[in-house]
Design a protein around this ligand. Structure first.
Ligand code: 1PR
Length: 544
């Protein structure tokens, strides 16, 4: 039957659903688009990946005349898989935009409470606790980590308990999956949850229509795991990408940000091909992959079509979150054509990025905000966060340590150092830089982190120029300083040299993730060794 390998996708055009499309294709299925209510009625199976905010999603569904056919499709108990907002919309109401939902499941969707010190958004891999005994899409995934990114959640109540298929704990027990008959919805992203997530999609689609689908089924069964119960600390592989002197896009790696060989020719260090390396890190268990286009600040990133192609090709084979940074700002090209930061970001999202990372431009925005005390809404950070949500916006900080004899010498937050500076200084502050460490700015990492959180950043990628490429461990002082200052997740970066450096940063700071580059590229340390070490040292970790 022709329709056997067809799935209908309800994409109302509010964001990036490239990954779920890629997952469906990988599993050997064809996608039918929903253009009007009749396409929902004619669907054999329907996937609904909600993106954007609750209120705007409801408005779009109403404007397209789709709410009734969607409700009737679900009430007829036909095969349905809602993802993320596609779960939340099934409830009666959401606090987000104070909006009515489809009203199929009793309950109100509310925001996670960050006043208790919880990082919001809830980003990362959390353990599923199955609440229904029967075989289902989630067969075998009890206690496994899957990927979440959201600020709102529904909670189990007496009224909705016959719907609750799985919960997770993050400050509270919240609903991570619902099911009644053939109708399923999940709060997590199966298309970003590695092989475990792909296997959930495979079961929903019903059948192995490709070799890849068979591999997914086998791999997800084969893998052993330790039961998960909370949000895992993430291990991120980072690929610094730039054109080499012959114009090819390569993965490079600096030594305190100097990416050229020490030889007389000083060529750009070449550590491999971006798509291949990203694919390898996915297979080896990286929880996320980050690309930094490190010369994006001087070459217009949309001129760098290869970078968009790298993302497109990577997202076909990498089913964990992808971040891309470098050159995200407004730009006027040589012909005087103006590109807004939103155009730049939307090209990246369309090509498969889940998050964009802003460096230099966020520093200027934070300086301006601290100077004026006013949020203009005009910075790239604010605009992209407003349109795509703060969970999609990372701010990358490139600080350098500056020693002082006394904290009163500078108007920035200082810390006491264990190792005195070159002139016996006992204090230091961390000065932010722009343009890949080339220019120093009058703002510290601590001040910047707080300011960008106010302006809408959802996460902070915290590098350290002194530690970059040194393999001597993360700068614990710096990571502590920043992760204690904000409620958004902080990714510790720069300096990882061995698995113990990862457990150290997680035990001694509030970092949510740790990122490394050099040790993975040079195959000095395997991602799996880092994960195994974290497990033995008592850090919650996602295992393959
Ligand atoms: O300013 O918005 O165009 O963004 C530029 C981005 O490129 C920023 O995120 C900035 O951190 C990055 N960048 C610019 N120049 C360099 C460079 O190395 N010359 N790389 C650079 C940043 C630092 C980390 C690195 C870790 C881990 N690289 O991403 O991967 O330090 O390394 P390790 O594990 O080997 O120690 P904009």
């Amino acid at each position: 039957d022709e329709a056997d390998n067809e799935v209908t996708l309800l994409d109302y055009g509010a964001g990036n659903v490239r990954s779920i499309r890629n997952a469906i294709h990988l599993l050997g299925f064809k996608i039918r688009e929903v253009n009007g209510p009749e396409d929902i009625q004619n669907a054999k199976r329907l996937v609904f990946p909600g993106v954007g905010s609750f209120k705007s999603a409801m408005e779009v569904l109403k404007a397209k005349g789709m709410t009734e056919s969607l409700v009737s499709y679900i009430k007829q108990d036909r095969p349905f898989l809602g993802i993320c907002l596609g779960l939340q919309l099934l409830f009666e109401r959401s606090e987000e935009g104070d909006s009515d939902g489809l009203g199929i499941i009793p309950g109100v969707v509310a925001r996670f409470d960050s006043s208790t010190g919880l990082c919001v958004p809830h980003i990362g891999w959390n353990g599923l606790q199955l609440q229904q005994p029967s075989a289902s899409l989630l067969e075998g995934v009890n206690g496994r980590h899957v990927y979440f990114v959201h600020s709102y959640r529904a909670t189990p109540t007496v009224e909705n308990k016959d719907w609750v298929l799985a919960t997770c704990n993050y400050g509270v027990d919240f609903i991570s999956a619902v099911r009644k008959g053939n109708v399923y919805a999940v709060q997590f992203h199966p298309e970003k949850s590695g092989v475990v997530g792909l296997d959930i999609v495979r079961r929903f689609l019903g059948g192995n229509h490709s070799d890849a689908a068979q591999d997914v089924e086998r791999l997800s069964k084969e893998r052993i795991h330790k039961p998960a119960s909370s949000l895992a600390k993430r291990v991120i592989a980072c690929l610094d990408v730039r054109s080499n002197d012959s114009g090819d896009l390569v993965v490079t790696k600096g030594d305190q940000y100097d990416v050229r060989e020490q030889s007389s020719a000083r060529e750009v260090r070449n550590l491999g091909k971006p798509v291949e390396l990203a694919g390898r890190y996915f297979k080896e268990g990286a929880d996320e992959v980050t690309f930094l286009n490190i010369t994006g600040f001087r070459d217009f990133p949309l001129g760098d079509m290869p970078m968009l192609e790298v993302l497109q090709r990577t997202s076909e084979q990498v089913f964990v979150p992808l971040t891309v940074g470098g050159g995200i700002s407004d730009f006027t090209d040589a012909n005087g054509r103006f590109y807004s930061c939103l155009e730049v970001a939307s090209e990246y999202f369309r090509s498969g990025a889940d998050k964009i990372s802003i460096g230099s431009d966020a520093v200027y925005a934070a300086e301006e905000y601290l100077r004026s005390g006013v949020k203009t809404g005009k910075s790239s950070l604010e605009q992209i966060s407003y349109v795509y949500g703060n969970q999609a916006v990372v701010v990358s900080i490139d600080p350098v340590r500056v020693y002082v004899k006394d904290p009163s010498e500078v108007p920035y937050k200082t810390i006491e150092v264990q190792e005195p500076g070159p002139n016996g200084e006992k204090f230091a502050w961390y000065q932010c830089t722009v343009r890949g460490g080339r220019d120093r700015r009058p703002i510290g990492a601590y001040e910047l982190a707080k300011a960008v959180q106010d302006l809408g950043a959802g996460e902070i990628l915290l590098n350290c120029i002194n530690c970059d490429g040194q393999g001597q461990g993360f700068d614990i002082n710096l990571v502590k300083l920043v992760s204690d200052a904000v409620t958004i997740p902080v990714i510790a970066s720069s300096g990882a040299g061995c698995p113990e450096h990862f457990s150290e940063v997680f035990h001694r700071t509030r970092a949510s993730a740790a990122l490394a580059a050099g040790i993975f590229h040079r195959k000095e340390v395997e991602i799996s060794s880092v994960k195994e070490h974290l497990v033995t040292s008592g850090v919650e970790t996602r295992l393959l």
